[in-house]
Write a protein that binds this ligand. Structure first.
Ligand code: NAP
Length: 247
């Protein structure tokens, strides 16, 4: 019996196959490339993934502060998401089952996703990535029309940023890679503990605040899960008041 079929047989015995997606080889210890893993949401996502048994590689810029990941068993690959060669190198010759993006765009770049996504998705396709979990924003692309009257026009640059977020989503949906888009809204400070009641919804009119810890849990729950395949989600957490601070 080959190793692949032995893996399928054992997964069938333990019932693990219910987890989802088709490639048995990656199911028990999926290999995940985390983008933005040195960030606030990204650091929590990395911890959730490690706790679930995933093997994690984090893409870091040369200037990134890795201290939030100190002591964790992760691999690092150095590169900037806006440098196509860096992105190609991060994925070349590496088995990656899932890419998770928890990147926050530097202020003022209104074409970040339009620039970053094409080379990244090309490299991900070539590497056989099965799922791309993208943390985006409520209001991305045409979704902004669902939130007229909220006074967003008073926030400088917001419509340009949301247009770029929409472009990122479009490129991902058309990439041929199974996607899970999780649009978030106002985030509580990273120290805020999880409520445990935040849930994903396909109702794209939902706009509630949330914690990064809950977002990290929801990310882990979607990892290679059939239920999350090719879905665009908002997050509903009715237990939280709108935060006075946070970002
Ligand atoms: N904060 C909010 O209220 C809010 C609202 C809506 C949406 N979001 C979304 O929430 C998610 C996480 O936000 P956050 O505040 O937790 O993030 P964060 O702490 O600001 O972390 C941002 C991460 O993105 C990385 N990054 C940015 N540009 C990069 C590039 N060119 N190449 C490689 N890495 C790059 C940063 O790397 P370095 O360590 O090198 O800087 C860092 O790891 C994002 O998807 C964001 O769009 C947040």
């Amino acid at each position: 019996m080959t190793r692949r079929w032995l893996a399928i047989f054992l997964l069938g015995l333990c019932g693990c196959a219910a987890a989802g997606f088709s490639d048995a080889a990656g199911r028990s210890h999926p290999r995940v490339l985390v983008l933005g893993g040195t960030g606030q949401l990204g650091g929590l996502v990395v911890r959730e993934l490690l706790a679930s048994g995933a093997r994690v590689v984090v893409l870091v810029r040369p200037s990134s502060d890795r201290s939030t990941l100190a002591g964790l068993t992760v691999d690092f690959v150095t590169g900037d998401l806006l440098v196509a060669d860096d992105v190609a190198r991060a994925l070349r010759g590496r088995r990656v089952d899932v890419v998770v993006s928890a990147v926050r765009v530097d202020d003022g770049d209104f074409h970040f996703y339009a620039k970053m996504m094409p080379p990244l998705l090309k490299a991900a396709r070539a590497a056989g990535v099965q799922q791309f979990i993208h943390h985006g924003a409520v209001g991305a692309g045409d979704n902004v029309k669902k939130f007229s009257g909220l006074g967003w026009e008073r926030v400088p640059g917001i419509f340009e940023r949301l247009k770029d977020q929409g472009e990122g989503e479009r490129l991902l949906r058309e990439s041929g890679i199974h996607y899970t888009i999780i649009r978030n809204a106002r985030l509580y400070p990273v120290e805020q503990p999880p409520t445990g009641v935040a849930r994903l919804t396909e109702d794209d009119t939902v706009l509630t605040p949330m914690t990064r810890a809950d977002l990290a849990r929801l990310t882990r729950e979607c990892l290679l899960a059939d239920a999350c395949r090719d879905k665009t989600y908002h997050v509903r957490d009715d237990s939280l008041a709108w935060p006075a601070t946070g970002r």
